[in-house]
Design a protein around this ligand. Structure first.
Ligand code: ADP
Length: 576
């Protein structure tokens, strides 16, 4: 027994250990063989299909990779991959991580995240920016990743869609812009509707109060005055809104016609002289350094911009302050006059944080601005857009409590022909005469003035006749343009002093009628004719001048303006 035990101890134990080790080794070998067989079967399958892949790849713009899922070993990589990315296939095969080099770190993290979250039921579509070997720039690429039927490999198709992406991005941008514009329009419309309703509400309210107090003349006249000033505000607002909407729809076009800068300065001077005087403001219009004065451009729009600045300067400057307008010739380069127009006031100034917002529509410094000073916040936006259309720029400088200056820089072609600086700005005597004439205009009344009124609307005609006759004028009415021409033709020479002409009338409109009157061969065919029309666009005003009228008065009619315009025409322009 002892011999047996010793025998076992000496021979069988090592044998059993050897057997156990052998079994384990066989098991490991089998496992290894199985795995090797599996991967070889994939490789064999791939090498069997290599030709197919090769010919498939050669016909395609896209490149593709076949990656073994278990170890991310590259089984196939199409030859054009290197062309697209500049990375050699051997490098990718040696270490798949080199693929990270073709995208940014952020993009790589994003791709890894999407791969992790991929449920593999459908192909995964990736889009990314990558470094293109062709252009040496960032290009846009896409990849589709899918698993084969046995879930052993990933097939990655990689392509470049930079051009397509550019088009898509441009379209997306356009869409976003269109959306923003439409949003801005909606905002503008709702803001506008609110802005219009507010004074409208006030007007209706004042009128109903006036009706209730009709037996109390003092109260009634107070309410009517309020209704009148609200109507005036509403009118300005509507004009501004129309201008703004034309600017926003790109419909505002600038005229290129020769005009005289001294003429602009004179108009502004006479327009604001009495207002500034009434508000006890020092007022001055200066022309500096000019040796040419006629330029080519849009006089009305340029004037509109300066009027906006002056109106604000007058509005925001308390009595005792000063408003100065300066026109200065800066340089003459290549037939263009570089011009500076500055409106400076000593008013309340603008808070520095508001200056950056001042040109946005409907912006006012704060809620109390509208309450104290009125206004809608559109004037600056319109001015800014007009100056931009003129390729010019506006500089604003302001100090709270000290004052503000708006400076416009524009360059306009110098007009051909006479550039003589007008005598009235040089010669003191002529200037004095001009001041006398302006004074005479201010004192002018319609008393004794004979007016031919062409107006098809009975209510408008009745109002016009009653108001002007109250001042001593005598009016005869024509109901359309044809009748106006006939009445003028049949009247004795100098039988009328002025003609006020509606534009939209049956049979013959006011513009045609004015043109016909100008063509008549009679001594007084140059009679002052003013359009009096609800067509209030600058283009309409311009057309009135083009057909030979002396001016264009917008409806609702301001009869002070009528008086002043007729006075100017009779006392200054015609030299009577
Ligand atoms: P509105 O004058 O109708 O309010 P604007 O667009 O012309 O609109 O001006 C916008 C705002 O800019 C004004 O409400 C005011 O707050 C400010 N502003 C413009 N001009 C001046 C000025 N000369 N002095 C002080 N504030 C000004």
């Amino acid at each position: 027994m002892e011999i047996i035990l010793r025998y076992i101890d000496q021979h069988l134990l090592p044998l059993s250990l050897f057997l156990a080790a052998s079994i384990f080794a066989v098991f490991c070998l089998k496992l290894y063989m199985q795995e090797k067989k599996r991967s070889r079967s994939v490789e064999l399958a791939v090498s069997g299909e290599r030709e197919f892949y090769q010919s498939f790849a050669s016909n395609r713009q896209e490149s593709f990779l076949l990656i073994q899922k278990s170890n991310l070993h590259i089984l196939y990589i199409s030859p054009n991959f290197e062309q697209m990315t500049g990375i050699r296939a051997e490098l990718v095969c040696a270490d798949i991580e080199v693929l990270r080099n073709i995208v940014t770190q952020k993009e790589a993290r994003n791709i890894v995240k999407q791969l992790k979250n991929w449920d593999k039921t459908q192909e995964l579509k990736l889009e990314f920016d990558y470094r293109s070997a062709g252009t040496h720039q960032m290009a846009h690429g896409y990849a589709w990743v899918q698993t084969d039927g046995n879930d052993e490999c990933y097939l990655v198709v990689f392509g470049d869609n930079t051009e397509d992406y550019k088009i898509r991005s441009a379209l997306k941008k356009e869409l976003e812009q269109a959306y923003q514009e439409s949003q801005a329009k909606t905002d503008f419309l709702s803001k506008m509707s609110h802005e219009i309703r507010t004074p409208m509400n006030g007007i209706l309210g004042m009128l109903s109060l006036a009706k209730v107090h009709v037996n109390d003349p003092k109260q009634t006249s107070y309410y009517l005055e309020r209704a009148e000033s609200l109507s005036q505000f509403l009118l300005t607002l509507i004009n501004d809104i129309l201008d703004m909407s034309r600017i926003e729809s790109g419909k505002m076009e600038l005229e290129e016609v020769p005009f005289d800068l001294y003429g602009v300065a004179e108009k502004l001077d006479s327009m604001f002289r009495s207002t500034t005087e009434a508000k006890k403001l020092r007022w001055d219009v200066q022309m500096q350094d000019f040796d040419v004065c006629r330029v080519v451009g849009d006089e009305l729009r340029l004037t509109q911009v300066i009027i906006n600045f002056i109106s604000n300067a007058v509005k925001f400057t308390p009595p005792g302050g000063a408003v100065t307008v300066t026109f200065r010739q800066m340089h003459k380069i290549d037939g263009n006059l570089h011009l500076m127009i500055r409106v400076r006031d000593t008013g309340k100034g603008i808070k520095s944080d508001f200056i950056s917002r001042i040109f946005r529509p409907f912006e006012q410094e704060d809620a109390s601005t509208a309450h104290h000073y009125g206004g809608s916040g559109l004037g600056m936006a319109i001015a800014d857009n007009i100056v931009k259309l003129m390729q010019g720029e506006i500089i604003v400088e302001s100090e709270e409590g000290k004052g503000t200056e708006f400076v416009v820089y524009v360059s306009l072609p110098i007009a051909e022909g006479d550039q003589t600086v007008p005598e009235s700005w040089k010669d003191d005597k002529a200037a004095d005469e001009m001041v006398d004439k302006k004074k005479a205009v201010e004192e002018f009344t319609l008393d004794g003035i004979r007016i031919l009124l062409a107006e098809d609307n009975d209510v408008n005609a009745e109002i016009a006749m009653e108001i002007m006759e109250m001042e001593g004028a005598s009016l005869e009415r024509a109901c359309d343009g044809l009748e106006a021409v006939r009445m003028f033709e049949e009247s004795p020479v100098n039988g009328y002093d002025a003609i006020l002409m509606d534009i939209q009338m049956p049979n013959m409109n006011g513009w045609e009628a004015a043109a016909q009157i100008r063509k008549l061969s009679r001594q007084d065919a140059d009679i002052p004719i003013f359009a009096m029309s609800a067509n209030a666009f600058v283009e309409d005003k311009r057309h009135s001048i083009e057909v030979g009228m002396n001016g264009h008065i917008s409806k609702p009619v301001d009869y002070d303006e009528v008086r002043q315009r007729i006075g100017e025409a009779l006392l200054i322009s015609s030299g009577r």
